[in-house]
Design a protein around this ligand. Structure first.
Ligand SMILES: *[C@@H]1O[C@H](CO)[C@@H](O)[C@H](O)[C@H]1NC(C)=O
Ligand SMILES: *[C@@H]1O[C@H](CO)[C@@H](O)[C@H](O)[C@H]1NC(C)=O
Ligand SMILES: *[C@@H]1O[C@H](CO)[C@@H](O)[C@H](O)[C@H]1NC(C)=O
Ligand SMILES: *[C@@H]1O[C@H](CO)[C@@H](O)[C@H](O)[C@H]1NC(C)=O
Ligand SMILES: *[C@@H]1O[C@H](CO)[C@@H](O)[C@H](O)[C@H]1NC(C)=O
Length: 348
C-alpha cells in the first residue's frame, strides 16, 4: 500500500476508504433494541408459554403468516450495524394499562407495566449494556390496541344490557375520553419509569395501530374507533412535545414521537403490487387467537391481502412496515442507524 505513490493511486485509496466507511459500520457501534408491545410485535413470547397462535395456520410464534416486522427489521439492521441485539418483551394480548380480565384469564400475558418491570430486572442483572456514545439502547414502545378492543367489547355489552333493561346506556363520548386518557397515561408512565432508571438512550413511542382498518371492527364502530385512535395519537404527540426536554435534561434519555397512525394506514395502500383485498382477512378466527382452533379455513391468495386474520396484517405488510415505515424513521434519529445508501433507498 505504501508503495502506491501516484496521485491516481492516492485517489483510489481515498475512494476505497470512503466507500468502506459508507458501507461498513464502525466496529464499536452497538445497538440494542428493546421492544415493548402486543401481538403485532411479539415474536415468540406468548408462543413459548401457550403454544398459540396455532402453528398449523400461523408462522410459529408470530401473529401472522410469516416473519413479523421485528424479524424483518432485525434481519436488515444486522446487515448494516455490526452489533445489534434485540430484546423483545412484547406479548400478544398485552394492554398498555393493567387489565383484570387478561390478568385473570391469561396471567402469563404481561401488560406494559409488567414488560417494563421485566426489562428493568434484566438491566439490574447486567444484561443491558450501559448507553454511551457508541452504544445506543433504544426502547420501542407500541401498545394500546388491546385496551381499545377490550373497552369496545365492554361498551357493546353495556349497551346491550341497557337496551334489554330499557335504561340509558353508557355515554360513548365520556367513555372514549376516559379510555384515551388512561392509555396515554399508562404509556407515558412506562416510558418515564424506564427513562428514570437511566438504562436507555432513546425511547420511541409508536402511534396507535390504525385499528379502525381491522376487519374485526364492526362498521358501526369504525368512525368512533378512528376518533379514538386519532385522539390518543394527538394527546401523545402533545405530551411528548412537552416532556422531551425534561426527559433529556433530567434522565439523559431522548423521547421520540414517531408520528401519528396515518403513516401506518398509508403504508397499507402504498405497497407494490397493491393488496387486492384490503377488507377481508385470509382467515377468520371465530374465537380469540389465544384459543387453538384446528378447523380454520385459510385463503389461497394471502399475498393479495392486507389482513391475515381479522386483527393482524399479513407478513407482506409487516415487511413493508419494517423497511419503509420503521427503518427510515430510525434513520432519522441521528446516530442510531447509519444512513447508508442501501438503506436510504427504502426512505419514502
Ligand atoms: C455485542 O455487544 C454485546 C453487549 O455489549 C456484547 O456482549 C457482545 O460480545 C458484542 N458482540 C460482538 C460480536 O461484538
Ligand atoms: C404485573 O402483573 C401482576 C400480576 O399479573 C399485577 O398484579 C401487577 O399489577 C402487574 N403490573 C406491574 C407493573 O407489575
Ligand atoms: C322503555 O321506556 C320507555 C320510556 O321510559 C317507555 O316508553 C317504553 O314503553 C319502555 N319499553 C319497554 C319495552 O319497557
Ligand atoms: C375479499 O375476499 C372475500 C372473501 O375471501 C371476498 O368475498 C371478497 O369479494 C374479496 N374482495 C375483493 C375486493 O377481492
Ligand atoms: C371448529 O371447532 C370448534 C371447537 O372445536 C367448534 O366449536 C366449531 O363448531 C368448529 N367449527 C366448524 C365450522 O366446524
Amino acid at each position: 500500500m505504501a508503495l502506491i505513490r501516484s496521485s491516481a493511486g492516492a485517489l483510489l485509496l481515498l475512494c476505497y476508504i470512503h466507500v468502506t466507511f459508507a458501507i461498513v459500520p464502525a466496529t464499536d457501534t452497538k445497538l440494542m433494541l428493546v421492544l415493548e408491545g402486543d401481538s403485532i410485535t411479539d415474536n415468540g413470547n406468548v408462543y413459548k408459554n401457550l403454544g398459540v397462535p396455532n402453528p398449523k395456520f400461523y408462522f410459529p410464534g408470530r401473529f401472522t403468516n410469516g416473519p413479523n416486522w421485528v424479524d424483518y427489521l432485525t434481519d436488515t439492521l444486522t446487515k448494516f450495524v455490526k452489533n445489534v441485539t434485540v430484546l423483545n418483551y412484547a406479548y400478544g394480548g398485552a394492554t398498555a394499562c393493567a387489565n383484570s380480565e387478561t390478568a385473570t384469564l391469561v396471567p402469563s400475558i404481561k401488560d406494559l407495566g409488567n414488560q417494563t418491570a421485566a426489562f428493568l430486572a434484566d438491566a439490574a442483572a447486567g444484561k443491558i449494556p450501559k448507553p454511551s456514545a457508541d452504544t445506543r439502547v433504544v426502547l420501542v414502545q407500541w401498545v394500546g390496541s388491546n385496551d381499545i378492543d377490550g373497552a369496545l367489547r365492554q361498551l357493546a355489552a353495556a349497551q346491550a344490557a341497557a337496551a334489554a333493561a330499557n335504561t340509558t346506556g353508557p355515554d360513548l363520548q365520556s367513555a372514549g375520553f376516559a379510555l384515551a386518557t388512561a392509555i396515554v397515561t399508562c404509556r407515558l408512565t412506562a416510558a418515564q419509569t424506564v427513562a428514570a432508571s437511566g438504562v436507555v438512550s432513546d425511547i420511541i413511542l409508536l402511534p396507535t395501530s390504525p385499528l379502525y382498518q381491522a376487519p374485526a371492527v364492526p362498521d358501526v364502530y369504525r368512525p368512533a374507533v378512528t376518533l379514538l385512535v386519532n385522539g390518543i395519537d394527538s394527546a401523545l404527540a402533545g405530551q411528548v412535545k412537552g416532556l422531551a426536554g425534561t426527559f433529556s435534561s433530567t434522565f439523559k434519555t431522548r423521547l421520540h414521537w414517531a408520528g401519528d397512525s396515518s403513516w401506518i394506514d398509508r403504508l397499507s395502500t402504498s405497497i407494490v403490487p397493491p393488496f387486492k383485498n384490503m377488507t377481508y382477512p385470509c382467515l377468520w378466527n371465530p374465537r380469540s387467537v389465544l384459543e387453538k382452533l384446528d378447523n380454520l379455513t385459510v385463503c389461497t391468495d394471502v399475498d393479495d391481502r392486507y389482513f391475515f386474520d381479522q386483527i393482524h396484517p399479513t407478513t407482506r405488510f409487516h415487511k413493508h412496515f419494517a423497511l419503509k415505515g420503521i427503518l427510515p424513521r430510525l434513520q432519522q434519529l441521528r446516530g442510531l442507524v447509519p444512513r447508508r445508501v442501501a438503506l436510504n433507498r427504502f426512505v419514502m
